[in-house]
Design a protein around this ligand. Structure first.
Ligand SMILES: *Cc1c(COP(=O)(O)O)cnc(C)c1O
Length: 395
């Protein structure tokens, strides 16, 4: 077990008493970080292989990001969406220029980005075909968020049981089984199909290229919106700016969050040509959406996801796959880019505890170890972390 000190115990007790019991936290209190190194209250350092679940894309206290955020905080921290601000407009322009999508709606989280996508699909269906075209197909084992509607979109029963009735109008197809998608499209009035190109929370499972291409074809043929949830896979994580670019897809709606803000809450729903005018005045909104501070930070994130950086992501990914494939106690390695799932012989909890005791902070996804390091993690730190992870897995 990790050692806890007196001050740390105090914070743990306060947290346990006053913060809602929704998180099973590790007995670890982080106080600072720099790049890919996080420091706990005892001064112990950890190589960060989780980035706060894919959020701190360029590591802790990244200078470029922090400077942009600081400058914006001291200039104008919030205006509401009644007025124009430069960071929000600049970020939307950057995202559209880099993706070819046409319009961006900003919210504060992945779930909120997906809520927007769902509203766009429903309104598109209603405008084009009729109000009964409200169904959206998602995949079994997917994860789309924690609000009631995005829980409903999430194709995992365990998330549904406690919160019925959920939002109507979601149908679940089997991942990589195009016949199950076709059947649902044929038997229901469908306005959208939403996929994650790599199912993150589901166990870091990339979809088959053939399957995603066939989904695209169905969407084109039936005039159904293809929605790609890039909340976790987006912003350079998979070796492309967005993971759909690995499969040459042309989605109608792309949602993202996590890494976009580099550590501040921001979500984006990007809308392509087909649906760019679906949302009109008053159809949707968010008080904090496109907040200038979050947007100013996000601009520095997106500006730095260059081809050079993406090549480095792929290089580091190849290194991790080569090191872990066939290593002792490793059953399989899955994922894309710096989004990696490791199936271990030992129970994952045991592997994780060893890593934490030895100064590495990975994540888990279902029964797998999950790695989401910073996109710019130095090779030296990455190598050290992988050595410890290999030792943790070894039998
Ligand atoms: C994390 C995640 C979400 C939810 O994002 P929040 O910011 O927690 O609301 C949605 N979709 C995917 C694929 C995710 O990984």
């Amino acid at each position: 077990m990790l050692k806890t000190t007196k001050t740390m115990k105090n914070i743990i007790e306060i947290d346990k008493q006053y913060v809602a019991n929704t998180y099973a936290r590790f007995p670890l209190q982080l106080v600072s970080g720099k790049g890919s190194i996080a420091t706990d209250i005892n001064g112990k350092e950890y190589i960060d292989m989780g980035t706060g679940i894919g959020v701190t894309a360029f590591g802790y206290a990244d200078e470029t990001w922090a400077n942009a955020v600081k400058l914006q905080i001291e200039t104008l921290q919030h205006t509401s969406n009644l007025y124009y601000t430069e960071p929000c407009a600049k970020l939307a322009k950057l995202l559209c220029e880099k993706t070819g999508l046409k319009k961006v709606f900003f919210g504060n989280s992945g779930a909120e980005a997906n809520e927007c996508a769902i509203k766009v699909a429903r309104k598109y269906g209603a405008d084009k075909k009729g109000a009964d075209y409200y169904n959206i197909i998602t995949l079994k084992n997917s994860f789309h968020g924690r609000t009631l509607t995005t829980l409903s979109a999430t194709g995992q029963d365990k998330f549904h049981e406690l919160f019925n009735p959920l939002t109507n109008g979601f149908l679940y197809a089997d991942a990589n089984d195009i016949e199950s998608v076709k059947t649902l499209v044929k038997e229901n009035k469908v306005c959208g199909i939403m996929i994650e190109c790599v199912q993150g929370e589901g166990g870091v499972l990339p979809l088959d290229e053939k399957f995603v291409k066939a989904v695209q074809e169905i969407c084109n043929k039936e005039d159904i919106l293809l929605i790609v949830d890039e909340v976790q896979t987006g912003n350079g994580r998979t070796g492309k700016l967005y993971s759909y670019m690995n499969f040459n897809l042309t989605p109608d709606v792309v949602t993202t969050a996590k890494g976009l803000g580099g550590g501040l809450p921001i979500g984006a729903c990007m809308i392509g040509e087909k649906a760019e005018n679906v949302l009109g005045f008053g159809d949707h909104g968010s008080t904090f959406g496109g907040n200038p501070v979050c947007s100013a930070g996000a601009v520095t994130v997106i500006e730095r996801i260059t081809d050079k950086l993406l090549n480095e992501v792929t290089e580091k990914s190849n290194y991790i796959f080569n090191e872990l494939n066939g290593a002792s106690g490793v059953k399989s390695v899955s994922g894309l880019g710096l989004m990696i799932g490791i199936e271990t012989v030992k129970p994952v909890k045991e592997v994780l505890n060893y890593c934490m005791e030895n100064g590495v902070l990975p994540l888990t996804a279902k029964t797998k170890l999950r790695l989401l390091p910073a996109l710019n993690i130095p090779f030296k730190e990455l190598k050290k972390a992988i050595e410890i992870i290999k030792k943790a897995c070894a039998i």
